[in-house]
Design a protein around this ligand. Sequence first.
Ligand code: KG4
Ligand code: ZN
Length: 352
Amino acid sequence: MNVLGIESSCDETAASVVADGKVVLSSVVESQIDLHAIYGGVVPEIASRSHLESINPVIDQALDQAFHVKNGISSREVWDQIDAIAVTHGPGLSGSLLIGTLAARTLAWLHDKPLIGVNHVTAHAYVNWLGNDQPKFPALALIVSGGHTQMVLFKDHFKYQLLGQTRDDAIGEAFDKVAKMLGFSYPGGPSVARAAKNGDAKKYQFPKARMENRYDFSFSGLKTAVLRTLQSEIGEGHSFPSHQLSERLSKAQKDNVAASFQYIAVKTVVDAVERAVEQYNPVSFIIGGGVAANQELREQLQQRIPLEISYPSLELCTDNAVMIATLGFYQSGLHEDVVTPHTLSIKPSLAM
Ligand code: KG4
Ligand code: ZN
């Protein structure tokens, strides 16, 4: 069964064809990073305009790649090989979600294909079901991205328990905000990780939030602690503007703050994973989302979690449509998840 996946929830326009939820036939990701970098974060208006320009070419390219389209093959013959269309309908930016879902609805109607609305966050976990070596249940999943930080226990497909989630900023968002204070380029995760390599992670003791639910997270206090430390490092008070900090900081100060911040942000999630492994005794542990690319996270998990961890490749950690097609394949077996092109609506605040 070939599923065409479409993703446009934030700042990547992506399309992919996946066979049987296992084999990637194509994956095209058009990133808007350069468009947003000068603003230091995603600008929703710019994102939706860019999705609008890219969505059709990206889908065409994914179909061409998947079926090695050569001159002479009709669009009809290509579409005959697609069995269903899966699209991210939430959570995400409204304007961005609209472009992907409208494209998917139009194509499903035009080519008479089943249509499936997919949860972007669940899909970050499902990328781990690609290939032949699939996670066994119960599987503990850690989803760490720019928009989400959550821990989920999958007892079976579609039978899961949300153990905890962030109460304020997502971990990736905290990386992005700290990067901005340090004057690093967007997206901040990779820049902070690079600087941290040269820094001393023990130089500053940033606080770790204590939560009522032992699996919940909070990163906004950590972000404020970093801001206060930077202000006092340059001898200024709390009112000193964060966008003027970086020019007054030395490279060593930036590297040390990056390393100390990264250490505690990562430790926060690894502590929670360790507790969940002890309490729920999962057979497998899976990870997804952009922050799963972080090397410090991988090292701390390896040292402390007594389970084999399989990491998605770097391009499958960050936003992509392979994960949407993969989850779409599993949802295609659920009658209630297959919707008509007339009824699929966006769900910007969709929870797991
Ligand atoms: O999953 P993703 O592409 O988009 C969302 O669904 O949010 O994740 C993007 C996030 C950004 O916050 C980015 O800074 C972070 O993932 N990220 C990293 C790394 N690579 C990307 N954070 C820490 N270390 C990295 N190496
Ligand atoms: Zn994502």
